[in-house]
Design a protein around this ligand. Structure first.
Ligand SMILES: [Zn+2]
Length: 572
């Protein structure tokens, strides 16, 4: 303990000296020895000047200095590990400000993932292969994260194709939050019969004779049955979370704003991520939201949360940051990509006012889902009313999605000190939106340029894992090109962000929503050493290849958590 304290003091004292020299400097007469020095790269620091550096020194989990190869040589001592970047591009660790990561971790190892599967034939082969090597009765689950337009066949499987694979293994194939199909074994396992009624917010499809077809639709319909699938054992949930976070590390991710999601029950379902944290095995910084997930009873859950959990608790690895994304089921517009936005009931607005009041009065904040501008217009008056009593400007209240947000709503959110998190759901749903919304809205969706021009804080992300791919490079590609996964150009080129703007949104921008932009999000002395060394140059690779980038070395808090090729040994 004494050694640790001493070490902490030394680091802090040293950093104060370095910082006083200003960005990019960090050289002093007797530089202390670094743990790790990275040389010979193209480091996109994301500092105020968007400056690029050759080299960086890491000490005690933080960046000690950033500069030229010559400057960093001064930090190399006998025990320093020196890594040659071979000219590779380095970016600050990527942060997804809106992802359902904790939920996915619980089942990651048990499920099949179709995110990068190029054909339906290959997807079905994966299911057959899993059925051939698992005992009868074992569930085979594809829980979204794919789109029919990514397949060469350009279509979804049919219920008959799923049913033909196995009579002994229950099979579940989910498509976005549109529908899920089950084979007969799965229907038996979840108790789906001719008598089953439509659940709230969904439908059970039946044939002419009244028998269920195995297809259920809608957010409510899917959740009503998905959560009947048995969860992996607790220790498997822990290892699933560990493996899933490593997969995100492979893609350069070092942090998430976890927006809970349907079915993730606080606090029980946070046990796996907490166990990883307590064992010191987290490789991703997790900032989490609490979603009540009790339709009609949300106020009770929120009350319990704000009473039992205090803002500012947790640490740099695992920290609660608010309520959301679905604060109330009744004031939630889902994936409202249709022509007309939903209208909330007067009761829903009353409950929303009560929820916001409870959250604000207790010192908390929220990130609230709103696909449509019209939904935010219905939710904003209650916040503005409470703001006149208790100023909320320092709470960083966030709306998520908002693909059709108007300048007036941007102004109102800005005036409340809030921001918007954007996601690449349109890589899957862009064509549907283009059919239903006016062209001038679609060509701007979401209006990121207007948001930045108006000074609105913007966070990057995916909304993975059900309705969008989790790959941050697919999202960065979408921000700078506006294309769907099928390659259709949806957004007008003038409305796309530049690569540097997109990267800033995905690093410092997201960090702002996690309230730790002073700790992460850029490669600057004193900040946590979170970075990714990329497989190709993000700034100069052809735009269409941005989505193919991966990390070859990911470092979080100074520790290598993923390495490929030459760097594999570093991550052991
Ligand atoms: Zn959402």
């Amino acid at each position: 303990m004494r050694a640790r304290l001493l070490f902490g003091w030394c680091t802090a004292g040293f950093l104060a000296v370095t910082l006083s020299l200003g960005p990019g400097a960090g050289v002093q007469a007797a530089a202390p020895t670094a743990d790790l020095v990275l040389l010979g790269g193209k480091i996109i620091t994301m500092d105020r000047q968007f400056s690029t550096a050759q080299a960086a020194a890491i000490q005690g989990g933080k960046f000690a200095a950033v500069g030229t190869n010559g400057q960093m040589q001064a930090y190399v001592g006998p025990s320093t590990r020196v890594v040659d970047l071979h000219g590779r591009t380095v970016v600050p660790g990527l942060i997804d400000s809106h992802i359902h990561a904790i939920r996915q971790g619980l089942t990651w190892d048990a499920e099949l993932h179709w995110q990068t599967v190029p054909s339906l034939a290959e997807g079905l082969r994966m299911i057959r292969e899993r059925a051939a090597r698992t005992p009868p009765g074992t569930w085979i689950v594809v829980a979204g994260g794919w789109h029919e337009s990514q397949f060469t066949e350009r279509r979804k499987p049919t219920p008959q194709e799923i049913d033909a694979i196995s009579a002994d293994h229950p099979i579940w194939v989910q498509y976005l939050y549109d529908e899920a199909m089950m084979n007969r074994a799965a229907m038996t396992a979840v108790g789906l019969t001719a008598e089953t009624k439509d659940p709230f917010g969904g439908k059970v499809l039946k044939d002419a004779s009244g028998q269920p077809t195995g297809v259920v639709t809608g957010f409510g319909g899917i959740n009503a049955f998905y959560f009947k699938i048995p969860r992996p054992a607790p220790e498997d949930q822990v290892s699933g979370t560990r493996d899933w976070f490593r997969e995100l590390n492979r893609l350069g991710m070092t942090g998430v704003g976890d927006v809970a999601g349907g079915g993730l029950i606080w606090p029980g379902d946070y046990r796996a991520v907490t166990a990883l944290h307590d064992r010191g095995e987290l490789t991703l910084r997790v900032h989490w939201y609490m979603q009540p997930n009790r339709p009609g009873g949300e106020l009770d859950v929120i009350k319990r949360f704000v009473t039992e959990v205090r803002p500012g608790t947790g640490d740099a690895w695992l920290r609660p940051v608010g309520v959301g994304e679905q604060v109330l089921a009744s004031a939630y517009d889902g994936d409202a990509f249709g022509p007309l936005p939903p209208q909330f009931s007067p009761k829903a607005i009353d409950d929303w006012r009560a929820a916001v009041r409870m959250i604000i009065e207790s010192g908390w904040r929220f990130q609230a889902h709103a696909t449509r501008n019209h939904s935010a217009e219905q939710l904003l008056p209650a916040i503005e009313e409470i703001n006149r009593e208790i100023p909320v400007q320092n709470r960083r209240l966030a709306f998520a999605h908002m693909e059709d947000v108007t300048p007036d709503t941007i102004r109102r959110i800005r005036a409340l000190g809030g921001g918007i998190t954007i996601q690449d759901r349109m890589v899957f749903s862009g064509d549907e939106i283009a059919q239903n919304w006016p062209p001038d809205i679609v060509q701007n969706a979401p209006p990121m340029k207007a948001m930045l021009a108006m000074g609105l804080p913007l966070g990057g992300g995916t909304d993975a894992t059900r309705v969008a791919p989790y790959n941050p490079f697919v999202s960065l590609w979408w921000i700078v090109t506006g294309h769907t996964v099928a390659g259709h150009p949806i957004r007008a080129p003038r409305a796309n962000l530049s690569r540097l703007q997109a990267l800033r949104v995905y690093t410092l921008g997201s960090a702002w929503f996690n309230m730790d932009e002073d700790q992460v999000g850029s490669i600057e002395p004193g900040k946590n050493a979170d970075l990714a060394v990329l497989s190709a140059d993000y700034l100069t690779v052809p735009a269409d290849q941005i989505k193919d980038l991966v990390s070859v070395l990911t470092i979080v808090g100074g520790r290598a958590v993923y390495g490929a090729g030459d760097y594999q040994a570093l991550a052991r």
